[in-house]
Design a protein around this ligand. Sequence first.
Ligand code: SF4
Length: 234
Amino acid sequence: MSSESILDATLEAKIEQSKKLLIQIASDYAPATFANSFGAEDMVATDLICKFAPEIEIFSLDTGRLPQETHTVIQEAMTHYQRKFVIYAPESSDIEAYVRRNGPDAFYDSVDLRKECCRIRKVLPLQRALQGKKAWVTGMRAEQSPTRGELPESEWDEGNGLQKFNPLSSWSNQEVWAYIRHFGVPYNKLHDQHYASIGCAPCTRAIAMGEDIRAGRWWWEDPDNKECGLHVKK
Ligand code: SF4
């Protein structure tokens, strides 16, 4: 069976559309950068960028609390694509102050302490990653969460002061996995253990059949507020 025959026409059209957008970002918004968490959709975006728009930088935020499986897929992807990714870490003084004041797992104690942990481990490093860039790219999809219901392919990111692109906005979960399997894209093996959306180890769990795709993130909080601050509109 030829590789073309097992991708349906809708997915082929979406691949083409995402590819065109990435090529346009690389030419019209240089320097542009892609925020890669190495989850399933981000691996699709990684594959498309490495193949068709390699000028787009790829970076990731190593929060210091990521699961080993995420480090494993980062290493695998570096080998697979023969490409180095830019890894940002939090400021050690911020982490030391937070842990001294609140304890290492204080994010379970209140939404404020959870958001403060996300701020120092993710939001501040993201701001450093976006400095000097004209645009950033994400692998977000509109159907991923109630808080992401409306997700344009292109939007002005007021908070960070640059254009933001979501080239996989219209993709379904099934299409993401069809792409990964079809093209042999490396992926985080936690997905095989029913982890749908993967973040830091203490704040991510597997989901049960029928649960929302992001139910495993910050599961102890109200679903309408479950964002880490990286994708919040100001
Ligand atoms: S996801 Fe959890 S551990 Fe990671 S930065 Fe946010 S609160 Fe901290």
